[in-house]
Design a protein around this ligand. Structure first.
Ligand code: MG
Length: 339
């Protein structure tokens, strides 16, 4: 029987408005994708559209209509299906990865193994996840640091006009390890000027200080930096990695950017071949989308999978980051259930 795709709209709300260098909001809508086989098995995935990467709820829904008739009847043909989708309509990574995730979930359920086991991974090897503190007033920042008490590593969003005050407020509120993401908000000159400041504040990782296409800017900062420099917006798919070699220390993989779980694994392999650090990040999404990325965390160095932990209410139960520790489900497939 041909695999059947259906969708459901998810409304998500973050506990605080999630503000980064490009702005922010509290209300997010994602699309849940369900793929059913002829035996009554169903796999789930989530599409978290990001306007920055050219996707909206509407483009995701339109892309899914294009992809739905191309699934065929054998979910185990993951490579062929993923290539078929990309050939039919390239881009639309969030829509494609929702299908990729649902197929992997379905395959795991049919075989009776959790995804990490299907990939031959050891869940105990997953690094601890950061928890992100978005931009806010000093008062709310202090409150957020308190609310993040259980998480041992905080990721601080910079790239705005109040970076120093913001960093100072957070450092005064906690002695925890801090990592910084400037989300393209700095110039190379400003970033180099910020490096000693970051070091003084005990920051251990710097993510995407300058514009996505400013590879020379990244290289300039890399020459001056003593802390690892990670490319996020500059690294969308595996095709971006070769030009980042020597210009940054590592890459941040996100499923909503790269468009498939198999592509995420390719990115890890390519980055490793170049001795690069591998990070996995996320969008604001429920535990459904987060769990898909969590299953390959045993392969990475840096984990930032707090998308569901930032929500006021999570419609699903799946992988979690209690105390920062990535916990992977042991049920077949993704191991995600509805709350
Ligand atoms: Mg980032």
């Amino acid at each position: 029987m041909t695999l059947q795709l259906s969708t459901e709209l998810l409304s998500l709300r973050t506990r605080h408005p999630f503000i980064i260098a490009r702005g922010g909001q509290s209300d997010y809508r994602t699309v849940m994708v369900k793929i059913r086989d002829g035996d009554g098995n169903e796999g789930w995935g989530e599409a978290a559209a990001t306007r920055y990467y050219g996707e909206t709820l509407e483009t995701v829904q339109a892309a899914l209509l294009t992809y739905a008739p191309l699934l065929g009847d054998d979910p185990h043909q993951l490579d062929a299906i993923e290539r078929r989708l990309e050939t039919a309509l390239h881009g639309n990574a969030a829509a494609r990865v929702a299908i990729s995730t649902a197929l992997h979930d379905l395959v795991g359920k049919r075989l009776g193994v959790p995804l990490w086991q299907y990939w031959g991974l050891d869940p105990a090897a997953a690094p601890r996840s950061t928890f992100t503190i978005g931009m806010d007033t000093p008062e709310i920042l202090r409150q957020k640091v308190q609310e993040a008490a259980e998480y041992p590593i905080l990721k601080v969003k910079l790239g705005g006009p109040n970076d120093l005050a913001l960093l100072q407020t957070i450092r005064d509120a906690t002695a925890k390890e801090l990592r910084v993401d400037a989300n393209c908000g700095w110039t190379p000159v400003h970033a180099v000027r910020m490096l000693p400041v970051l070091e003084e504040f005990g920051v251990t990782v710097l993510e995407q200080p300058v514009a996505a296409d400013d590879l020379e800017g990244l290289a300039h900062i890399h020459r001056h930096a003593r802390i690892p420099l990670i490319a996020d917006e500059s690294c969308v798919t595996s095709a971006d990695i070769s030009r980042l070699v020597g210009r940054v220390d590592g890459i941040n993989i996100k499923l909503a950017k790269c468009g498939s779980l198999r592509e995420a694994l390719r990115m890890i392999a390519i980055a490793r071949a170049h001795q690069m650090t591998v990070m996995v990040g996320c969008m604001i999404e429920s535990s459904l989308g987060i769990t898909a990325a969590a299953h390959f965390t045993p392969l990475v160095d840096i984990v930032d999978l707090d998308g569901a932990a930032l929500l006021a209410q999570d419609p699903f139960r799946g992988a979690g980051i209690p105390g920062g520790q990535v916990t992977l489900p042991t049920a077949p497939g993704l191991g995600v259930t509805r709350r």
